[in-house]
Design a protein around this ligand. Structure first.
Ligand code: GRF
Length: 222
């Protein structure tokens, strides 16, 4: 069975979408652990409710005179993650930057969901960025994680319209509703071995992907 470890800092609705898809028989996989930098994260509670290992690791435990030792934190975190022997590590609303060495050591086995149509609107406050830029279309991307923040190869996207009268919360809600099926479908293809990273390119069914897979209205890739 395909083994998924999830990293989440907050609400964990993307984690819940994964758990629900597994429960519903729509994703042949198993979540082997949920990891968070915030002990109070709702994501951890969702994991406990599902009877899954929920592990909090607090950055402040890695405080030095010069500040948090981010590398030491990430090394410890990924030691714990690796102990669950995941096939894929999914960052689903994980709000910390990852150490480049740790990312490189997990190349091709680490994906992130980001609420924008990458390469547009990297970083935080993506919905506000989209409204500010006046775009007519926004969405979410699933990408392989590389040391370049939100810059790794994108494997799939879901698009939503920006509507008149949108504010950031409304737009975020519309995007989030598509993030959930996007993440599940991406994991289905990853678990089936249909999507892989080779070098810095995404391959689908053995062919280099020119543009990201697109989530259709039926929640499957077109
Ligand atoms: C999602 O919009 C995700 O794309 C972003 O943070 C949000 C997390 O939501 N990076 P949740 O914790 O999965 O509910």
């Amino acid at each position: 069975m395909y083994r998924i470890a999830v990293l989440a800092s907050g609400r964990g609705s993307n984690l819940q979408a994964i758990l629900d898809a597994i429960d519903g028989g729509r994703l042949p996989a198993k979540v082997v652990g949920v990891f968070s930098d915030r002990p109070g994260a709702l994501a951890l509670q969702r994991a406990r409710d599902a009877g899954l290992p929920a592990i909090a690791m607090e950055p402040r435990r890695f405080a030095t005179a010069a500040g948090i030792d981010r590398t030491a934190f990430d090394i410890a975190l990924f030691e714990a993650i690796d102990a669950t022997v995941p096939n894929m590590v999914v960052c689903a609303g994980y709000l910390r930057l990852l150490d480049a060495g740790v990312v490189e050591a997990h190349g091709g086995r680490l994906v992130n969901i980001h609420p924008s149509l990458l390469p547009a609107f990297k970083g935080l406050h993506t919905h506000r960025q989209a409204l500010h830029a006046g775009v007519s279309e926004h969405g979410a991307s699933v990408h392989f994680v590389t040391p370049d923040l939100d810059g790794g190869p994108v494997l799939a996207q879901a698009r939503v319209p920006v509507l008149a009268g949108d504010d950031a919360p409304r737009l975020a809600q519309r995007v989030l509703a598509r993030e959930h099926p996007l993440l599940v479908e991406s994991l289905r293809w990853l678990a089936a071995g249909r999507v892989v990273l080779r070098g810095d390119r995404v391959y689908v069914d053995g062919r280099a992907l020119a543009t990201p897979l697109q989530l259709g209205a039926n929640n499957a890739f077109a």
